[in-house]
Ligand binder design. Structure first.
Ligand code: NI
Length: 177
């Protein structure tokens, strides 16, 4: 397995919509190895999610996992999951604001409004159809990763940029907000 290089903001690969993964590709050894590489890369950089475009592959694959993450303390756990060709549909209009960061935008956080509940359809890494409801931080991570697969980053979703902050200033000035 290999730790992959993460594209940073400004790299055009982050701004192009990713292609759908054809069903017949899912079982291929190279594709499965790529997913393993995405998982080790996400864990290496303590991400809670990683989209394939962030590692220079413009295909619709995202991995996510939330488990005692030092970059996002106190968030509810999400088991390791692989979403291929994900589609999301908000369930209700309710949104909430919370801090987000991105491995492609190091050391910065901003408050982003996201839908609280979503219906998610996708394929898992074995090509099985998934259809589930995600809520709270889980729903937030999925919206963030699906945005990547459409060529968006979280800053695109901020109604204003006044909460953008470096991590050190977050700890110093924003701790109670
Ligand atoms: Ni990101």
């Amino acid at each position: 397995m290999a730790i992959l290089k993460v594209a940073r903001l400004g790299n055009p690969v982050l701004r192009r919509p990713a292609r759908e993964v054809p069903a017949e590709v899912v079982g291929q050894t190279d594709f499965q190895r790529f997913i393993d590489d995405m998982v080790v890369t996400m864990r290496e950089y303590q991400g809670v999610g990683l989209a394939a475009v962030q590692v220079h592959e413009p295909i619709q694959v995202a991995v996510l996992e939330v488990a005692d993450n030092a970059r996002y303390p106190g968030k509810e756990a999400v088991p390791l999951s692989v979403l291929i060709n994900p589609e999301i549909e908000p369930l209700g209009d309710e949104t909430e604001d919370d801090w987000e960061g991105c491995l492609s935008i190091p050391d910065i956080r901003g408050q982003v409004p996201r839908y609280k509940r979503l219906r998610v359809t996708a394929l898992d890494r074995d090509g099985n159809a998934l259809d589930f409801v995600a809520e709270g931080f889980h729903a937030r991570v999925i919206q963030h990763e699906v945005d990547h697969l459409r060529g968006h980053v979280y800053m695109d979703r901020m109604p204003d940029l006044t909460t953008l902050t470096y991590l050190t200033e977050l700890a110093r000035y924003w701790r109670n907000q």
